[in-house]
Write a protein that binds this ligand. Structure first.
Ligand SMILES: CC(C)(COP(=O)(O)OP(=O)(O)OC[C@H]1O[C@@H](n2cnc3c(N)ncnc32)[C@H](O)[C@@H]1OP(=O)(O)O)[C@@H](O)C(=O)NCCC(=O)NCCS
Length: 177
């Protein structure tokens, strides 16, 4: 299991929220449900193995008063994207071979806690992690595969742009290092 730091986030409604690496000994994965079967199944069945194999880093958000309950989670991996999939202005700035990026494989909030700002907190955690990681290993953008139109709207809300040729893949340039 990869080691990672936790970060504490104070929220009046939840007490202290903490971002932690997914740990099967500490976190109750079967109880997590987001309303999207594929995202739930990933956490229940595949996330631990993928973390161990170095395919994805999976982090969860918990309330330190109820630390077993997963309020939300996300997975991040290294990836690349063909610059031709980006908008014309961005393409001009990039080489003609695939550019490095991070892939936000999955992000979900527990169904009973949606609409309370946890998705926003998770997105903040994701971007902060990417900005930290790319001090060591270059990455141009954060890329996400949206699982449906609602997810696509959520990412568009945060400034992600749909890829040319596949609008369900969206990207967010991370800006200058
Ligand atoms: C999509 C999801 C992650 C959003 O999390 P959430 O905790 O409900 O969202 P928040 O309450 O933090 O909302 C954050 C912001 O996103 C906006 N938002 C939330 N869902 C949205 C949607 N579907 N479309 C557009 N904007 C959305 C909110 O209005 C809010 O905007 P504001 O910060 O400007 O006020 C959550 O609803 C979820 O897990 N859904 C099921 C799984 C899913 O579809 N995951 C998407 C990734 S594949």
């Amino acid at each position: 299991m990869p080691r990672c730091k936790t970060r504490l986030i104070s929220r009046a409604r939840f007490g202290v929220l903490e971002e932690q690496c997914l740990d099967p000994q500490r976190h109750n994965r079967p109880a997590f449900t987001s309303g999207v079967g594929e995202l739930d199944e990933y956490l229940h069945r595949f996330a631990v193995q993928q973390s161990k194999k170095g395919i994805a880093v999976v982090r969860v958000l918990v309330d330190t008063d109820l630390p077993k309950t997963i309020l939300g989670y996300y997975s991040l991996s290294a990836a690349q994207i063909d610059a031709a999939q980006m908008d014309a202005r961005t393409q001009q700035k990039l080489p003609r071979y695939p550019v490095p990026c991070f892939r936000l494989g999955r992000l979900a909030v527990h169904s009973t806690h949606q609409g309370l700002g946890l998705g926003r907190i998770l997105m903040g955690c994701v971007v902060a992690r990417c900005l930290e990681a790319r001090k060591q290993v270059a990455a141009y953008a954060l890329v996400v595969d949206a699982q449906g139109e609602e997810a696509k709207a959520f990412y568009a809300h945060y400034g992600f742009t749909p890829c040319q040729g596949n609008p369900m893949i969206l990207y967010l340039p991370l800006g200058a290092n």
